[in-house]
Design a protein. Structure first.
Ligand SMILES: *[C@@H]1O[C@H](CO)[C@@H](O)[C@H](O)[C@H]1NC(C)=O
Length: 149
């Protein structure tokens, strides 16, 4: 009986570790770093390739280690708009890019390709945001059961 109980617990532990799979997908790019520069006259686009049939959810996040160089001036709120999927053109979130923060922009059902536009929320302002994406800093799609914080 004791043995059966222990075996059951081991089986449960193994099951839960399998379901806790998480893929942190970086944007599609010809190379790294990916340089973003969002100004009143210039938006950027970001696109993710997601493994087919990913269970999801797919969470779009922006994460920067403390002290990471993010250049930002003026009215720097950025609107994130879907470029494809069920609602192209829909605003999916707004954020300010800041070192030392992780921001969940939105959560979606996963698709094979997921693309977004980044543009200043106030294009009549004097804001600008620029940063370089490297491993561990920038925009990512968290696929599956990811602990974000
Ligand atoms: C950004 O989103 C806000 C809504 O949160 C909207 O009022 C504003 O017009 C948007 N900016 C642009 C340039 O679409």
């Amino acid at each position: 009986m004791q043995f059966a109980t222990a075996a059951t617990l081991i089986a449960l532990a193994a099951t839960s570790s399998v379901s806790a799979t998480c893929l942190e997908q970086a944007p599609s790019a010809l190379g790294f770093p990916i340089n973003y520069d969002i100004t009143p006259s210039r938006s950027d686009a970001v696109s993710f390739q997601i493994p087919p049939n990913s269970a999801g959810p797919c969470q779009l996040v922006a994460k920067f280690p403390a002290g990471y160089p993010v250049f930002s001036v003026g009215d720097d709120l950025v609107n994130v708009t879907a470029l494809d999927g069920p609602a192209p053109g829909a605003l999916v979130g707004s954020l300010r890019f800041r070192a030392g923060t992780t921001t969940v922009i939105n959560s979606f059902g996963c698709r094979d390709v997921m693309a977004y536009e980044l543009a200043l929320a106030n294009p009549d302002g004097n804001g600008e945001v620029s940063f370089s994406e490297i491993q561990g800093a920038g925009l990512f799609m968290e696929v599956g059961d990811c602990t974000i914080f």
